[in-house]
Design a protein around this ligand. Structure first.
Ligand code: GLN
Ligand code: ZN
Length: 776
C-alpha cells in the first residue's frame, strides 16, 4: 500500500457518483423493465455499462481510488438490507422467486404487499427505504453485489474502494417492523449484525479490495452515550478482525462532535470527515483529539451537495492545517456526489459568465483532483486551475446578479416590526370573522386540483412552441372554471383556483423571480427512478412583476365565495433549490420573503381576502444538530412572517405543512403567527391536533381529514369520526375541514367523491354543534 511516488502521497477520491447516466439511461431502463419492455439481461447490461463509464471517467479525471457499490437500481439503503438479509417477511416469497423482482417489490410494493416506507436521507432531498427490523430479525450476509461491482472495477485495472453503509448507521436508520413493538430499538441487533459485516469484509478482501469504506453519517446527529458506545464496540470488533481490508469510516453532512473521539480511537485505518459548512467544526474536533496519527484522513473539502465552485485556496489552507493532524491526507468531496447534477458544461442556456461559477459532479471531481495535486506537488503544479478558480470566484463576488443594490438596501432596512402583524390575533380573528362570514367548521382544500395529462400536454406544447401563450392560458382558464364550478357545486366554503398553471410549487415561482436560474439537465435523484431539477438560487432575489394575481383574480371573478391566493413560502423556496453559499441562508430567505410580501400585497389589492403561504419544508430543513435549530427556526419563521405580515387585519393568512412529525417544532409553528394552519393528520388520526392543543396553540387549525396519498375515497362516517376527534382537541370555532395536502397527484373521480364526502361530513358535524346557528 505504501508508495514512494510523491504523486500518490495525497490521493483524490469520491464516495459515490450520480447513478443515472448522462441521459438518465438508468431511469429509462428500470422503468422499461417495470413495464415489461426491457428484459432483465438488458437492464443489467445497461447498469454495468453506466458503472464502467463512470469509473473510466473518474479515473481519467485523475482520481486514484474509485468508489464501488454506490451504484443502485433504486436505493443504497435497500441494497444494504439485501446485503444483510433483512428482507421483510411479506416480501420473502417474491425475493426467493426472483431476486430482482423481489428487490423492486420491496421498493414499490405489489398488489398485496406494501413497500418499505420511504423517508428523507438526513437533510438532503434524497429518500431512502427504511429497513424494517425486529427482535426476530435473522441477518445473513449476501455480498454478491458488493463483490461483483468491486471486481468489475478492478477488472478495468482500477483501485476500487467498496463503499458500504456502516452497521451503526444502518441500524439507526431502521425502524421497528410493522408487527413489532414501537419501542423496539434496532440498535440492539448490533451484535447480530456485526458478523454479517465481517463476512462481507472477508469476501471483499478475497476479491482483492484493499480498502473498504463504511459510511456512518448517522454519527453526525446528536447521539446518546449508549449509541456512542455501540459505535465504539462496532469498530473495535470490526477492527479486530484479521481477515479484512483496511477500513475507512466515513461521515458527512455535519460535524462528528462527540463521535469524533470515539472513531479516532477505533482500531480502523482511516477516517473520512466533512469539512464543509457546519462540519468545518471537525477541524477543531480533530485538533482536540490530538489528530489521527497512524491513520489515513480523507478530507471532504469540496461541498458534495451544492453546485458552486470550490474556493480552492481556502480548501488548500484547510488541507494545510490537516497535514499536521494525520499521517496521510487525501482529498474528497464532502459526501457522495449523488446529490448534485452530473455536468455543468451541459447547461448551454445559462449565461457563460454565470455557468463558470457552477460545479456539478464532474467539475467537483476535477476540483478534488486539483487539490490533491496541489498538496502533492505544490500549487505551481496547478497554477492554471487556481487562476481560473480565482477568476470565477471574483466574477461571482463582483457580479450584478449577486449584488443588486436595491435588494440589499431593502433587506438591510427590514425592522422587527415589518415581520409582525399590526394587531393581536384576537382582533384579527374578529375582523376576519366579520368579513368572511364563514360557517363553523369551514371547508377548504390545500390548493392544487388534479394535474391532468391534458394540462401537462398543454405545458409541453407551449414549451415546444406548438401552441402560443394565449392558447395555453385559455386552457388554464378553462381548467380554473371547471375547478371553481366543481367546488361551488360540492359546497366548499373557501375555494382555490386549483394551481393548473404550476408545474411545481417551487419551480413556478423560481421561473418568475430574478436571481433564480433554471437548469436544463440538472437532474438529481429524489428517490428510485424519480429525478427532480431543483432551481439554483444564484443571485439577489427580486420580483419583476406579479406572479399569481392573474389566475387568482380570474378565479375570484367566477364566484361569490372567497378564493384563496396560493404561494410557496420562503423556507420551502430555499429548501427545494440549490442555495447560495456566499451569504447566510437567513439573508437569502429574507430576499425571497420580501418578494413574496409584494405578491401578498398585490393579491390583497386585487381583492383576495384569504392568502395561503405553504411551508411544507419547514420541518425537513431543520439542522441535524439540536444546537443549530434555534437559530434556523428564528430566521425561518421571521422570513414567513415578513412575507405575510403586511396585510390588513381582515385578510386571513393561512399556511400549510405536510408530514406528520411536528412535535419538535410546535413553538416554531406558533411563531409563524398564521391565522390558520392546515396539516397532514388523517393517517395519524388527528394526533397533531392533540399535540397543538396540548401546546396551547391559540389559532385556527385544519388537521387533514382525507389522506390524499392514496386513491381511496374516505367514507362520510370516517371523516365525521376524524372531525369529532379533532373537536376534542380544538374548539369548533377554530377547526377547519380540509384534506391532508394538495390534490395534484390524484385523479378527478376520486377527488370529486372525496371532497363531496368531506363537505357532507362537515355539515353533519356542524349541525350537531350548539353554536351552529350563531354563524351564518
Ligand atoms: N398548495 C400546494 C398544493 O396544494 C401544497 C403542496 C404541498 O404541501 N407540498 O399542491
Ligand atoms: Zn402538503
Amino acid at each position: 500500500m505504501t508508495t514512494t511516488s510523491a504523486s500518490a502521497a495525497h490521493r483524490a477520491t469520491v464516495y459515490g457518483y450520480p447513478r443515472q447516466g448522462p441521459n438518465r439511461e438508468l431511469k429509462k431502463a428500470v422503468e422499461g423493465y417495470w413495464r415489461g419492455r426491457v428484459d432483465a439481461a438488458t437492464l443489467r447490461e445497461t447498469a454495468a455499462g453506466l458503472r464502467r463509464e463512470v469509473w473510466r471517467q473518474l479515473a481519467d479525471a485523475g482520481l486514484h481510488e474509485v468508489p464501488t457499490g454506490d451504484f443502485s437500481y433504486y436505493d443504497h439503503v435497500l441494497d444494504t438490507s439485501v446485503m444483510v438479509g433483512a428482507v421483510p417477511d411479506r416480501h420473502r416469497a417474491a425475493v426467493a422467486a426472483d431476486a430482482l423482482d423481489g428487490y423492486f417489490a420491496m421498493a414499490r410494493g405489489t398488489q398485496d404487499s406494501a413497500p418499505l416506507e420511504m423517508t428523507k436521507w438526513f437533510d438532503t432531498n434524497y429518500h431512502y427505504l427504511v429497513p424494517e427490523l425486529g427482535p426476530d430479525t435473522v441477518f445473513a450476509a449476501d455480498s454478491t453485489k458488493q463483490v461483483a461491482e468491486a471486481s468489475e472495477a478492478m477488472a478495468l485495472g482500477l483501485a476500487a474502494r467498496p463503499v458500504l453503509l456502516g452497521p451503526v448507521s444502518y441500524l439507526l436508520l431502521a425502524k421497528p417492523a410493522p408487527d413489532v413493538a414501537a419501542d423496539f430499538a434496532p440498535l440492539t441487533l448490533l451484535d447480530r449484525l456485526l458478523p454479517v459485516y465481517a463476512e462481507v469484509l472477508a469476501d471483499l478482501r478475497a476479491a482483492g479490495a484493499r480498502w473498504v469504506q463504511l459510511d456512518e453519517p448517522a454519527l453526525v446527529q446528536d447521539r446518546t452515550p449508549a449509541e456512542l458506545n455501540a459505535a465504539a464496540r462496532a469498530y473495535r470488533d470490526l477492527g479486530a478482525l484479521t481477515d479484512r481490508p483496511r477500513l475507512l469510516v466515513a461521515s458527512y453532512f455535519d460535524r462528528l462532535g462527540e463521535a469524533l473521539p470515539v472513531l479516532a480511537a477505533a482500531p480502523v485505518e482511516g477516517l473520512a470527515l466533512d469539512f464543509t459548512g457546519p462540519a468545518a467544526a471537525n477541524l477543531a474536533g480533530l485538533a482536540a483529539v490530538g489528530g489521527l496519527l497512524g491513520k489515513r484522513l480523507v478530507a471532504g473539502v469540496v461541498d458534495g451537495r451544492n453546485v458552486w465552485i470550490n474556493d480552492l485556496e481556502k480548501s488548500l489552507a484547510t488541507l494545510g492545517t490537516l497535514l499536521g493532524l494525520a499521517d496521510r491526507v487525501d482529498v474528497a468531496a464532502s459526501c457522495s456526489l449523488l446529490h448534485v447534477p452530473l455536468d455543468a458544461t451541459a447547461e448551454r442556456d445559462i449565461d457563460p459568465q454565470v455557468a463558470r461559477w457552477l460545479a456539478f459532479a464532474r467539475q467537483k471531481v476535477d476540483e478534488v483532483v486539483t487539490l490533491a495535486r496541489a498538496l502533492a506537488h505544490g500549487t505551481e503544479a496547478v497554477a492554471p486551475q487556481l487562476a481560473a478558480n480565482r477568476a470565477g470566484l471574483a466574477s461571482r463576488a463582483g457580479s450584478a446578479l449577486t449584488r443588486d443594490p436595491a435588494v440589499r438596501a431593502r433587506t438591510a432596512a427590514v425592522t422587527d416590526a415589518d415581520a409582525r402583524r399590526g394587531q393581536p390575533y384576537a382582533e384579527r380573528a374578529a375582523a376576519q370573522r366579520a368579513h368572511l362570514r364563514l360557517p363553523l367548521l369551514p371547508t377548504t382544500t390545500i390548493g392544487s386540483f388534479p394535474q391532468t395529462s391534458e394540462l401537462r400536454a398543454a405545458r409541453a406544447d407551449l414549451r415546444a412552441g406548438r401552441v402560443d401563450a394565449a392558447a395555453y392560458e385559455a386552457r388554464v382558464e378553462a381548467e380554473i372554471r371547471a375547478v371553481i364550478d366543481f367546488q361551488e357545486r360540492a359546497g366548499l366554503d373557501v375555494l382555490v383556483h386549483g394551481e393548473p398553471e404550476r408545474n411545481d410549487m417551487v419551480q413556478y415561482f423560481a421561473e418568475q423571480l430574478s436571481g433564480y436560474l433554471a437548469t436544463q439537465h440538472g437532474w438529481v435523484q429524489s428517490y428510485g427512478t424519480r429525478y427532480v431539477r431543483p432551481p439554483v438560487l444564484a443571485g439577489d432575489v427580486a420580483r419583476p412583476g406579479p406572479m399569481t394575481v392573474r389566475w387568482t383574480r380570474y378565479a375570484q371573478a367566477r364566484t361569490e365565495r372567497p378564493v384563496k391566493g396560493m404561494l410557496t413560502g420562503p423556507v420551502t423556496m430555499l429548501a427545494w433549490s440549490f442555495v447560495r453559499d456566499d451569504q447566510p441562508l437567513a439573508e437569502t430567505a429574507r430576499q425571497v420573503a420580501l418578494a413574496l410580501r409584494d405578491e401578498v400585497g398585490d393579491l390583497e389589492a386585487a381583492g383576495t381576502s384569504v392568502i395561503q403561504v405553504d411551508e411544507p419544508a419547514l420541518r425537513e430543513t431543520l439542522p441535524l444538530r439540536a444546537a443549530d435549530r434555534a437559530a434556523y427556526l428564528a430566521w425561518a419563521t421571521e422570513a414567513f412572517r415578513l412575507a405575510t405580515s403586511g396585510v390588513r387585519p381582515k385578510t386571513q393568512v393561512h399556511t400549510h405543512m405536510c408530514y406528520a412529525e411536528f412535535g419538535d417544532i410546535l413553538s416554531a409553528i406558533d411563531a409563524l403567527d398564521a391565522d390558520v394552519i392546515s396539516l397532514e393528520a388523517a393517517r395519524s388520526h388527528m394526533r397533531v391536533a392533540d399535540e397543538l392543543a396540548a401546546a396551547g396553540y391559540p389559532r385556527e387549525v385544519g388537521p387533514g381529514v382525507y389522506d390524499i396519498h392514496s386513491p381511496r375515497v374516505p367514507e362520510v362516517a370516517e371523516v365525521v369520526g376524524l372531525l369529532r376527534a379533532g373537536l376534542v382537541a380544538v374548539p369548533a370555532d377554530r377547526l377547519w375541514v380540509n384534506p391532508d395536502c394538495g390534490l395534484k397527484t390524484r385523479g378527478w373521480p376520486e377527488t370529486r367523491r372525496s371532497l363531496e364526502h368531506l363537505v357532507a361530513a362537515a355539515r353533519e358535524v356542524r349541525a350537531e354543534l350548539p353554536g351552529a346557528a350563531a354563524r351564518p
